[in-house]
Ligand binder design. Structure first.
Ligand code: F6P
Length: 357
């Protein structure tokens, strides 16, 4: 049997570990794996694929990025603008199916987030057997308790905060760190808690600048020399609009800029020297953590298993320490967001972290 594999959407630490898992499991079954380059785009250009052999993928689980390449723009963007679903034109689907049939590929594993899985679902609905693997640093996919890449991104935030804390303390400054996550606050929440932030601003909890400034003043009164404020790119002050970096690109709109705003306003309100760092794509690059390597490998192996069992239209899912599967449509129908009243936020508040609410 020949199976196809592609990565879609933004890259994320652990993508190569999935490839390692898929190729390892498929080789044991005597199957061949064809890896398509640059996501679904690889299905449009002849020769845009690699035959993935076990001996070639052996060492890649520790590597960041993806040996196949990926894109979060292009012909097959399943999500556009502000999370809008896009129907892929029939002619494009036909072109992709022709490539797959010409190569005798019988099933396709699509590794991606919301957008990629939305496109994958359309392939499945049009009759091409597909299995999905959830991937995103944002951890915003429903129907899986965690996606690989999230732990690595969170660790990058923690490392950044550890560094910012020492310089902040030396200068008695407030340091603002803008992090990714799109409309979910998971990276800010976990990164902020792990890195000892004093305030965490997330999309799920609209904030007030005055409340954040009050919390910083209280810290100062209690003898703390500095403050670390983590702000998610999708966080929004009460009654204001989201800030975008770019709304003109083909795929989803790009968020960004709230870190600078928060820095300016907190400097005015607190009178303290305040500086902004935007962590950006550092969160997507580099080697995966051990947790992500293992989760991604298990996801790859499970995807092959689902094909073996002919359970198509399903996405690998992690629930209660177990890797199982769910229908792809369960994962893409809604976002997995932080519960503002949930236990994690309450725990953060209990140790004095302000959410500006
Ligand atoms: O979805 C992953 C993500 O890194 C988001 O956190 C971020 O908003 C977006 O992708 C950035 O996309 P790009 O790489 O196109 O700038």
């Amino acid at each position: 049997m020949k199976i196809g594999l592609l990565n879609g959407g933004g890259d994320c630490p652990g993508l190569n570990a999935v490839t390692h898992g898929v190729v390892g499991a498929a080789t044991q079954l005597g199957w061949e794996v064809i890896g398509f380059k640059e996501g679904f785009e690889g299905l449009l250009s002849p020769g845009s694929f690699k035959v993935l052999k076990n001996e070639k993928t052996e060492g890649i689980l520790r590597m960041g990025g993806t040996i196949l390449g990926t894109t979060n723009r292009g012909h097959f963007s399943g999500k556009v603008g502000e999370g809008g679903v896009r129907k892929i034109p029939k002619e494009l689907m036909e072109e992709a199916f022709t490539t797959l049939r010409n190569l005798d590929v019988e099933a396709l594993i699509c590794v991606g987030g919301d957008g990629t899985l939305t496109t994958a679902l359309q392939f499945d609905e049009e009759g091409f057997p597909v299995v999905g693997v959830p991937k995103t640093i944002d951890n915003d996919l429903a129907a899986t308790a965690m996606t690989f890449g999230f732990d690595s991104a969170t660790q990058t935030v923690v490392d950044a905060l550890d560094r910012l804390q020492t310089t902040a303390d030396s200068h008695k400054r407030v340091m603002v760190l803008e992090v990714m996550g799109r409309h979910a606050g998971w990276i800010a929440l976990y990164g902020g808690m792990g890195g000892g932030a004093s305030s965490i601003l997330i999309p799920e909890i609209p904030f007030s600048y005055e409340k954040v400034a009050e919390a910083l003043a209280k810290r100062e009164a209690n003898g703390f020399r500095s403050g670390l404020v983590v702000v998610a790119e999708g966080a929004c002050p009460v009654g204001e609009d989201l800030l975008y970096k770019d709304t003109s690109t083909g795929g989803e709109h790009r968020l960004g800029g709230i870190g600078i705003e928060v820095t300016k306003r907190l400097a005015e309100l607190t009178g303290k020297e305040t500086r902004c760092t935007t962590l950006g794509h550092l969160q997507r690059g580099g080697s995966p953590t051990s947790l992500d390597r293992i989760l991604a490998t298990r996801f790859g192996v499970k995807a092959v298993k689902l094909i073996e069992e002919q359970r198509f239209g399903r996405m690998v899912s992690y629930q209660q320490y177990h890797v199982g599967s769910v229908p792809i449509e369960d994962a893409v129908r809604q976002l997995n967001l932080v519960d503002p009243d949930g236990e994690i936020v309450q725990a953060a508040k209990s140790v004095g972290i302000s959410f500006g609410d």
